[in-house]
Design a protein around this ligand. Structure first.
Ligand code: SAM
Length: 463
């Protein structure tokens, strides 16, 4: 029988020493002193668990740290301080920039905004006081920038009211509904390496005369030479302390040097509740003293709602006649959830531009008032240094409600940056083809995989 040659002792000892030294390099030593009794208890527990003392302490500490993810930096901390423009290597053109939610996140991820535009003077004031120059005016009348070098990215969060479920869904009959075409025309003209469009969920089901509008937009981008993916993204799965579902479309120019994009993987955090988000704001933080004053009846109804409740928690006989009428015929009114007051241990609901104290969850969990401008800015992940300007408080609520949460924009931009560096982010994860998405006939959910659109067949993005 052949003999297995034994390793010489010195060689084995050297191998063990190497192994130990590599382990030491990976680990750091933490020395703690414990009293005799505790030491005995730890030793006993280690015996029961059939592990070593170090093993037991390591596992216990690690699981404690994992469960305390509030030790993670706060959602907006990556947005402070603002990155210097000279330290941004990529270029960004921003359409429908609003107060700059997308632009702030993109800037922190290394994209310098070389052109921004919005119609609203108040949003432009906010933009200027925090981020820099913005061209104020209708997109149809402003001149586009001349790019000396290839543009890296173009973003457009075209107005969403025409597709919003909360609105009348006039869609493309509404003048604002055709602004997506204007955005596509600008893409055609500037030919950026990547495109990001953002809109409300209603865009996914909106039909033009012939097809789904999302298909029409994807087809157009595909025709212009982009591999397109879209996804319904829940901001609360991307470090934002708010449940907010929005559709994002990302187009990556079909070019050899570009990698394959995929949306960032969802992240679970247990420190995104209202308690973690707004309860520590100091009174002298900018925009904290600004909130709409409600009429006495609204305050009276709101103050009857307990933390975590809504108008449904108010005894019927205490409701005003108007609400009694609705309560008597809930089906007709589609089960409204008026006067929602989120619990401090819940994640906030969507902050919308309308900011209606009656039919949105904008009541402070503990006080008899609605959220302040700063509080909704925090819920949208804006850092405290970002100051909101405007003629009145309503306008500030509107700018914030309209914005893409900057932390989410940062996560997306970081992912696009990697793609433009040639990284393949697709990995092994499967994708939903556009045909599969249509075939299911079901609404897309935030937990679904990214939908990839590829009509021209030239895609390098097929999973
Ligand atoms: C949904 S908001 C965009 C928010 C922005 N993406 C952000 O992250 O803060 C849409 C913006 O489009 C602007 N807008 C609407 N019609 C416009 C037009 N014709 N030209 C330029 N901007 C327009 C609105 O003033 C509004 O600020």
């Amino acid at each position: 029988m052949p003999q297995i040659a034994k390793e010489p002792k010195t060689k084995r000892a050297a191998a063990i020493r190497k192994c130990q030294s590599e382990r030491r390099k990976r680990l750091k030593t933490l020395t703690i002193e414990v009293d005799k009794e505790t030491h005995g208890k730890i030793k006993m527990l280690a015996n029961i668990r059939q592990t070593t003392l170090q093993g037991l302490l390591f596992d216990t500490l690690k699981s404690l740290l994992d469960s305390q993810s509030n030790l993670l930096p706060r959602p907006w901390s990556v947005l402070e301080p603002l990155r210097e423009e000279s330290k941004c290597e990529r270029t960004h053109v921003s359409l429908f920039s609003g107060c700059g939610g997308i632009d702030l996140g993109f800037r922190q991820a290394g994209f310098k905004t070389v052109f921004a535009n919005d119609l609203d003077p108040d949003a432009c004031s906010t933009y200027r006081s925090n981020l820099g120059e913005i061209v104020e005016g209708d997109i149809h009348t402003v001149s586009l920038p001349r790019m000396r070098k290839k543009l890296d990215i173009l973003s457009a969060g075209f107005p969403c009211q025409p597709f919003s479920n909360a609105g009348s869904r006039k869609g493309i009959k509404d003048k604002r509904g055709t602004l997506y075409q204007t955005a596509l025309e600008v893409v055609e003209e500037l030919k950026p390496r990547a495109v990001v469009f953002e809109n409300v969920r209603g865009l996914l089901s909106f039909k033009t005369e012939k097809k789904l509008l999302i298909e029409e937009i994807c087809e157009h981008l595909d025709f212009l030479g982009y591999d397109v993916l879209f996804s319904l993204v829940d901001a609360s799965k991307h470090h934002v302390p708010q449940k907010r579902l929005r559709v994002f479309m990302v187009g990556i120019e079909r070019a050899k040097k570009n990698g394959r994009f995929s949306f960032p993987a969802p992240v679970e955090r247990n420190d995104l509740t209202l308690k973690h988000t707004i309860l520590d704001i100091c009174q002298n933080t900018q925009n904290q003293q600004e909130l709409i004053q409600l009429n006495p009846q609204a305050i009276h109804i709101g103050s009857m709602v307990p933390e975590g409740g809504s108008w449904k928690s108010i005894p019927y006989e205490k409701l005003p006649e108007r609400l009694k009428k609705i309560a008597d015929n809930m089906e007709k009114y589609r089960w409204p959830n008026f006067y929602r007051r989120f619990h401090r241990n819940e994640v906030a609901g969507t902050i919308t531009a309308a900011f209606k104290p009656e039919n949105a969850g904008v009541w402070h969990p503990l006080e008899q008032r609605v959220f302040s401008v700063r509080e909704i800015a925090r819920i949208q992940s804006f850092p405290d240094w970002f100051r909101f300007e405007g003629r009145n408080i309503k306008s500030k609520y509107q700018q914030i409600g309209n914005a893409v949460p900057p932390r989410l924009a940062y996560e997306l931009a970081a992912q696009i940056d990697k793609t433009l560096n040639g990284e393949d982010l697709r990995g092994e994860s499967g994708l939903l083809t556009f045909e599969q998405f249509v075939k299911t006939g079901k609404p897309l959910r935030a937990c679904d995989r990214d939908v990839v659109f590829s009509k021209s067949g030239a895609s390098n993005n097929e999973g």
